[in-house]
Design a binder for this molecule. Structure first.
Ligand code: NAP
Length: 545
């Protein structure tokens, strides 16, 4: 369909990242008549699920809506084995999608893209691999995910450790035998929370080096029964509709029309108790509607969670160290628990407070040295998080015609237009870029791709060569996003190094990275943009076209 009249790029679209976004793009852009090549430096499709192969890695969204929705047939034909599928199962699902939709011819694995440069005169991007191979395209698309670029700690002696020492998202692809080994984990976020209880089952010992405790919510894993599966499959349209209209893109029954502020305290406790054993982020969304907006209401939920930690952890000192204080629930993204707290009741699990008691001084050949003592390990896992939203894009040299880079643009702020494109960078699309919402990712990814597919349809039908994201539109979106952000309790994330504000990155200032106006509202705004003919973009033809 592409109007290849002036120059003939190798592909209409090139995308980086063969996860949910890459697979979704293949479907929707192929449907729009474009040729597309998806590159990934990994050796498999799967995106985050091919990198994060750590023990216990599983979805935190319930699997039946953590999936692509474009084919009713695929939704009916795939069967999840449990509520939160593990990484192996999610990878199998992605293979199922790629196989069934004949996507493999569009995917090139083991290919790291190092740079991309736009030629405004031709309206063409040249995309170059780290091996020096180059391809051209009209549309260049980041499908790299918003939590994919590792945030490595800057510790003295990082290369001195004799055993395996690696970031959690770079888990050895061939697996790692940790049975009977002494394992040190640095970091106490969602990754460590999933990993620790599983590793503790067979490792000789697991020692967690924690800086900031989290509000960890129960996941409550359950097998998928035939009855539950039938109920889901009979109601898939309704489930997906719920995701599309939920503030976090989840198939939750909220808002519930009830606030902590308007509920008697005993009833508040009863509702919390009733919902706690149900598991998932539902605790934040299906109990009361004001938990993320009202400080007192949030504190009621926070205090309830603290009481549950005391119930679960036998040793009072350990329980206290694991107890989050001084910041609201959701100022850091709450992890989901598959036995995390209970694991500290095992003899082979130890917690080290590296914030107040004994900061890490160095990595040594045999383990870790804190201000108090030396710890010997066979394996060290750096579960230290990610350079969220912009990190993966900044790791690639992405240049516009004036020679400016995207990483240069995002030094002080991380402004974008709805997270899907950035002023100064024509013909570049971003899927779940900065200042998009943080939501159930497949929901957001598909909404972004639909906007992109509609945009390229317009470009091709009206024979445009270039779309130029408008600075005024970006300024307006950034201001709107910042204004909303300031009204939420998530704005306190800077106090506790929250990646949701980029506050976990040592050499950058915290910033507004996420649109918290509601994923549902955001999806509406994407649709309004399509209906209005993309007023955020200027469309043009190159000379001689
Ligand atoms: P994270 O939540 O950012 O946690 C990183 C941890 O490392 C924090 O405890 C942090 O301490 C610590 N840390 C960072 N730098 C350190 C340093 N230099 N020295 C000592 N400690 C350091 O990262 P994550 O656990 O990988 O999770 C990131 C996000 O990925 C999650 O919030 C979630 O959105 C996503 N994720 C999703 C799933 C899922 O859905 N199944 C699973 C895992 C992760 P401070 O808190 O003090 O900074």
């Amino acid at each position: 369909m592409s109007n290849k009249k002036n120059s003939e790029p190798d592909f209409d679209a090139i995308a980086i990242g063969a996860g949910f976004a890459g697979l979704g793009l293949i479907h929707y852009l192929r449907e729009a008549g474009l040729s597309i090549r998806v590159f990934d430096k990994a050796s498999d499709v799967g995106g985050t699920w091919t990198w994060n192969r750590y023990p216990g890695a599983a979805t935190d969204s319930e699997g039946y809506y953590y999936c692509l929705s474009f084919s009713k047939e695929l939704l009916q034909d795939w069967t999840w084995s449990q509520r939160y599928p593990g990484w192996e199962e999610t990878l199998r699902y992605m293979h199922f999608v790629a196989d069934r939709c004949d996507m493999w011819p569009h995917i090139q694995l083991n290919t790291e893209i190092a740079s991309a440069a736009f030629d405004a005169a031709a309206g063409i991007w040249t995309v170059t691999s780290s091996g020096g191979e180059a391809w051209t395209c009209k549309y260049f698309i980041s499908a790299m995910g918003m939590i994919s670029e590792p945030n490595m700690p800057k510790l003295q002696g990082m290369n001195d450790f004799a055993g395996p020492c690696f970031h959690s998202s770079r888990w050895p692809q061939e697996g790692l035998d940790y049975a009977g080994k002494r394992v040190g984990i640095i970091g106490a976020g969602a990754t460590a929370v999933q990993m620790l209880p599983v590793m503790a089952e067979t490792a000789a010992s697991v020692t967690l080096f924690q800086r900031t405790p989290n509000y960890v919510l129960p996941a409550v894993q359950k097998p998928m029964t035939p009855e539950w599966e039938k109920e889901i499959k009979d109601n898939y349209d309704e489930i997906l509709n719920k995701c599309r209209h939920h503030v976090f893109g989840m198939a939750f029954d909220s808002p519930v029309g009830r606030t902590v502020a308007d509920t008697p305290p005993e009833e508040v406790q009863r509702v919390f108790e009733e919902h706690w054993p149900r598991g998932s982020f539902r605790f934040c969304f299906e109990t009361f509607d004001d938990l993320l907006a009202d400080a007192d209401s949030n504190e009621a939920a926070a205090e309830f969670i603290r009481s549950k930690i005391r119930e679960k952890v036998n040793d009072p000192d350990t329980a206290e160290l694991l107890t989050p204080r001084g910041y609201p629930l959701f100022a850091k993204r709450p992890p989901l628990d598959h036995g995390f707290y209970e694991a500290f009741n095992r003899d082979n699990v130890k917690l080290v407070d590296i914030k107040h008691r004994e900061p890490i001084v160095a990595v040594t050949p045999t383990g870790l040295k804190t201000t108090e003592q030396d710890y010997d390990f066979d394996i060290i896992v750096l579960a230290t998080g990610f350079k969220a939203y912009t990190g993966a894009l900044e790791a690639i040299e992405i240049r516009n015609s004036q020679g400016a880079t995207l990483s240069g643009k995002w030094q002080e702020t991380s402004a974008s237009i709805m997270g899907v494109c950035a002023a100064g960078f024509p013909n570049l699309f971003i899927i779940t870029g900065p200042q998009a919402p943080f939501a159930n990712l497949p929901t957001s990814i598909e909404q972004n791709i639909k906007w992109i597919a509609d945009c390229v349809r317009k470009m091709e039908q009206e024979e445009f060569d270039v779309f130029t994201p408008q600075q005024a539109a970006e300024d307006a979106w950034a201001a709107h996003t910042e204004e909303i952000h300031a009204q939420t309790l998530m704005a306190e994330g800077y106090k506790v190094n929250s990646w949701m504000m980029g506050a976990n990155i040592e050499d950058k200032k915290p910033r507004v990275l996420i649109y918290f106006g509601g994923a549902d509202v955001y999806y509406d705004k994407l649709r309004e943009s399509v209906d209005a003919g993309f007023p955020e973009l200027e469309f043009s033809k190159v000379a001689g076209a």
